[in-house]
Design a protein around this ligand. Structure first.
Ligand code: 8YV
Length: 339
């Protein structure tokens, strides 16, 4: 094969953008079949940069940090697919993507168990004040140990867990809670089937009843205009003063200012937060409080799961660019005209 032919072949490969750093092995595999524009230095693109990048490719892998809307797609004449390396896709304007003929995909299922594990870990750390206790040791306070003067926590076992958002991850948390002898109540847009309710040992209640009766409230619902500030001052006021609030869903589901105020005045016992309004910025009032456990959006972050998420996103791009239906296509209506 002469050099010209090889160059010709290279230029015939579909072009893809990898907007955030991914595992080097995954990138190397992609480079076998695609001409890849990758951002391994992981600097988040400005909206203008993202628009320019998308204009040059047939497909893209992105994460929650990339907003894909009409403006991002304005010059993306060849773009067929944008694969989110994430199950939540509130960074996608799906109608705008469909209107532009762009397939939108996400990464469901592969992260369910890791995320449910983490939700439970955050709940335990929050209720049993684990990070606060560690700081206590590091600050040299162990000398002050006494029966009544340790960081005293709240029990999980035989308490009531209230789960708002009972999709795959919510159900995973419910099943873990059963192992702790917890009573499970939930609120969701729709009731689970009888079979699923039974498998989770869960009872449907109104949001108000859940907030009033749960010892631990866990948020696992998708973010949308409708779910914005699902928990604000009014909702927190319904909660028990001994209750904990766990958010592994999305920033914006909780009004962080109202929550910080409630934690400051001990209106509720504690909170565990993996997600924040305005990430990666955390409200300074939350940073100053000891009765909140903070994590940097890591619910899905295990080695195995993050690799599986990247692999599924790649599978989605491969299928779309081969003229097939991607395994986790969000906007199936886009196929009506395209295939
Ligand atoms: C992602 C998440 O790591 O899947 C989701 O919805 O929140 C996380 O698993 C994050 O969104 C990065 O894209």
């Amino acid at each position: 094969m002469n050099l010209q032919a090889s160059t010709q072949l290279t230029t015939q490969k579909p072009k893809i953008l990898v907007a955030r750093a991914i595992f080097p092995e995954a990138l190397a595999k992609l480079e076998e079949s695609f001409e890849v524009r990758s951002n391994q230095e992981d600097r988040i693109f400005t909206p203008q940069e993202l628009q320019k990048e998308l204009a040059q490719v047939d497909g893209a892998l992105v994460a929650g940090s990339e907003r894909i809307d009409a403006s991002a797609l304005a010059n993306a004449k060849h773009l067929k697919v944008v694969a989110n390396i994430s199950v939540g896709y509130n960074n996608f304007d799906v109608p705008a993507m469909t209107a532009a003929g762009v397939m939108a995909t996400n990464t469901p299922d592969v992260l369910t168990d890791s995320t449910a594990d983490f939700g439970f870990a955050l709940l335990m750390a929050t209720a049993r004040r684990i990070t606060e206790s560690e700081h206590w040791i590091r600050a040299g306070h162990w000398e002050k140990w006494s029966i009544v003067n340790n960081p005293l926590g709240m029990d999980l076992h035989h308490s009531t867990i209230g789960i708002i958002g009972m999709g795959r991850i919510g159900q995973g948390i419910a099943k873990r809670a059963l192992g702790f002898g917890m009573k499970v109540i939930y609120h969701n847009r729709s009731h689970l089937s009888d079979v699923d309710e039974k498998a989770c040992g869960a009872t449907y209640v109104s949001k108000e009843e859940l907030l009033r009766t749960a010892d631990h409230v866990v948020l696992v619902l998708p973010y949308s205009a409708q779910s914005h500030h699902t928990i604000g001052a009014k909702e927190i006021a319904l909660m028990k003063p001994t209750a904990t609030l766990i958010n592994i869903a999305r920033g914006g589901i909780v009004d962080d200012v109202a929550l910080a105020q409630a934690l400051k005045t001990k209106q509720i016992f504690a909170a565990g937060l993996d997600v924040f309004e305005g990430e990666p910025t955390v409200h300074p009032d939350l940073l100053a409080l000891s009765n909140v456990v903070l994590a940097p959006h890591i619910a899905s972050a295990t080695e195995k799961t993050r690799r599986a998420m990247v692999d599924l996103a790649i599978e989605n791009v491969r299928a779309a660019l081969a003229g097939k239906k991607p395994p986790s296509l969000i906007n199936a209506e886009v196929l009506k005209d395209a295939m």
